[in-house]
Design a protein around this ligand. Structure first.
Ligand code: A2P
Length: 324
């Protein structure tokens, strides 16, 4: 089965369906990993103000671009408005900071990172109360923030805007005020997001899966804190069997599974061999029975890793997406 390697966006822009994730990489690791990723053929790079690595990503990309506008056009660069910027009067200021840190002529896609908001505290993206809970801004007007993001396009410094970490009801509300160019959500074998895929498809919004390999570093950190167990996706028998049947690695089976479901993936790695592995996905095909055995791993919302429990108190926000 030949799969499309790009999503076609409005205006003829193309988003490669395999992107490079940058969450939880230090500046040094990231600069060398981005050089490896570019050499391996990645052209889509995902970052966020909240990852605090936009400047390092920008340096690595600009080194490769070398002032050549045609090379810049080959890239698709994504960053995100942090929860502290979720107020219409702050969107421009937060965007400007990401824009100058990345140091690129334009950003391809700017996402609202989360529907919930923190208080705006200069110099502190994750402000906390003395008791350790987050300083949550409960007054968020999600639609007003979304309209402010859309307005950013007028400057030409950002080509597309979209949303992340919203639920289906929020996606519908947001779309009524302007269709997002993209929805980015956690998605992997244990959290397959059937409802969100259907909601996005009905609204004609392409979906990007983050943590497509199960974000082991985050899962381990949460497990140490909460005692909850997170299975290692790469060792699940169904994943290993599908991989072995094609002479591929478990990570490749998981990523190919996501591509065959019609979404894009942004795996993160800082290891050159794994970086190459994760983009070598176009030349094999999982069978229907392999797809079915991977589909059966779904645990729905219970399989979610990035549930924001690392932001205590955030579930009180009226736009917290995962309340039942
Ligand atoms: P490393 O950076 O050492 O390769 P996710 O993209 O779901 O957030 O997962 C990222 C995690 O998966 C990182 O810990 C990364 O470690 C690991 N990883 C990335 N690619 C592979 C691969 N092909 N095989 C095994 N582990 C991988």
């Amino acid at each position: 089965m030949k799969l499309p390697e790009y999503f076609e966006l409005d205006g003829g822009d193309r988003m490669p369906r395999i992107g490079f994730g940058t969450w939880q990489a230090s500046d040094e690791e990231l600069e060398s990993a981005v050089a490896d990723a570019l050499a391996a053929g990645y052209r889509h790079f995902d970052s966020a103000r909240a990852y605090e690595n936009e400047a390092a990503l920008g340096r690595a990309l600009n080194k490769w671009i070398g002032g050549d506008k045609a090379k810049r056009r080959e890239l698709f660069v994504v960053t995100k408005l942090p929860p502290g910027g979720n107020r219409p009067d702050l969107v421009q200021e937060y965007f400007d900071k990401s824009y100058s840190d990345l140091g690129l002529e334009y950003i391809d896609l700017y996402l609202m990172h989360t529907p919930f908001a923190f208080e705006h505290v200069p110099g502190d993206l994750h402000p906390k109360n003395p008791d350790g809970s987050m300083r949550v801004d409960l007054t968020t007007d999600l639609i007003a923030v979304w309209k402010a993001l859309q307005k950013l396009k007028e400057s030409g410094r950002v080509r597309h805007v979209g949303v992340s970490n919203v639920n289906a009801q929020q996606l519908q509300r947001l779309t009524a005020a302007g269709r997002p160019a993209c929805l980015q959500i956690e998605m992997h074998a244990l959290c397959q997001q059937e409802e969100m895929i259907a909601a996005a498809a009905a609204l004609n919004i392409p979906v990007v899966a983050y943590s497509p390999l199960g974000s082991k570093a985050l899962a381990d950190a949460l497990a140490a804190k909460t005692g909850r167990e997170y299975p290692d996706l790469l060792t699940l028998p169904a994943v290993r069997a599908a991989a072995a049947a094609h002479g591929r690695t478990p990570a490749q089976a998981l990523l190919r599974y996501a591509l065959q479901r019609g979404v894009a993936v942004i795996p993160k790695s800082t290891n050159p061999q794994r970086i190459l592995q994760n983009i070598s996905l176009w030349d094999f095909n999982l069978s229907e029975s392999e797809m079915a055995s991977l589909r059966a791993l779904d645990r729905g919302a219970a399989g979610r890793i990035c549930d924001f429990s690392f932001f205590p108190g955030v579930e009180k926000h009226p736009e917290f997406p995962f309340n039942k």
